[in-house]
Design a protein around this ligand. Sequence first.
Ligand code: UD1
Ligand code: CA
Length: 458
Amino acid sequence: MTAVQVAILAAGKGTRMKSAQPKVLHRLAGKSLLGHVVDAAEALAPERIAVVYGHGGEAVPTAFAGSRVSFVLQEPQLGTGHAVQQALPALAEDGITLILYGDVPLIAVDTLRKVCAAADGALCVLTVDLDDPKGYGRIVRDGAGEVKAIVEEKDATEGIKLIREINTGIIALPSAWLRGWLSQLRNDNAQREYYLTDIIGMAAAEGKPIRTVQPHNQWEVMGINSRDQLAQLERVHQMATAQILMRDGVTLADPARIDVRGALRCEPDVTIDVGCVFEGFVSIGAGSEIGPYCVIRDTEIGAGVKIAAYSHIAGAKVGPAARIGPYARLRPGADLAEDVHVGNFVEIKQATLGRGSKANHLAYIGDAEIGRNVNVGAGTITCNYDGANKYLTVIEDDAFIGSDTQLVAPVRVGRGATLGAGTTLTKDAPPGELTISRAKQVTIAGWKRPVKAAKKTS
Ligand code: UD1
Ligand code: CA
């Protein structure tokens, strides 16, 4: 395919968002609107991407620091044609230029490929037929069906307003033609703006081929101007994601009650209950079940795992057949092997648990290496932090940690060791033995509870 240059228009004000933040930085499915557009553009492997920004100042380029996108300031904003003019110095002069809008986040890469392919030696406009075309630029065709012009609503006659085919704003054409026509734009129209859309009339006048492409789904070209539209498009996107999951063999208790903010990869026969949120990159192995209201981010879950309700998991690895929750919290660096059980109100951070180990109730395990078949009793805490540094707790295979134990790191529990309930372990516990640090239980005969002193009356 011919080399592609991409200009993304994002200088508009977004007044209706009523926000201190630039519109294109508002998020859909956890990613900024502009981020969606940039990612779609990147998928075309273009030579260059230039974003035209204006309102919101440096917040927009700052949000994309480190990306290969170039940012061009448009100040003042004199219309879409003027905006594209500003982008030209940041783009190469050859190939095809594709123009996108920063507030149209769900444009599909397939559709963009079709538009670019059609723009080889032609001007291509992405259009849709709307039941209510009010507000949009209308596609004006002649008797033979050839596109002759785009006329903006504010400049349209009553007859043109009846046209239902509209300009989505997404246009691609040979870069050389674009450069020539942009320099001829005038602002003698109702809005005193330099309209990009005037280049369509210029192309028609020069007898250049003009083609139109339509998207597979109308929502791909929906722009966002208000928080209401943002919420609606979020739901459309989530439903589309849910449909793909179900098509790929995932059972969803309710496709309207799942939120994927990133990428969720599931093997067949995964079941996901209502209210779950997936962030970043999450993968789930075959046959695993996710209970209601779990939040899972950047985590790898093996096959046959059961995660019960209200579990919060981030940056973790969960081995096959594990049992997690309800109310479990796995934090970054939690690495659980096969058949590990983590129960309610257990928090695990930067710790490995070997095959078959269990921490079923009320525990904090941080900076630890736990072997196989270890039983961590209720209320166990690794005291990993002395206020300045963090230290490691090692628990070897087959150890049994009694309830309400504190392991003051650095400390090691030997293989098969038992710690008595209530132990505060400050020195290593030898393998195979019972270690206990509790004071010996005594009964003080005849001890009396204190009595309340009588109140003085004066
Ligand atoms: C534009 C099109 C119209 C199309 C509609 C689709 C023109 C003249 N009209 O109309 O045919 O049906 O989009 O939504 O092109 N922008 C800038 N700088 C500017 C002006 C706009 O960067 O000076 C950006 C905006 O941030 C936005 C996009 O361009 O992302 C479109 O601007 P908008 O004002 O929404 O265009 P419309 O008048 O709605
Ligand atoms: Ca608009």
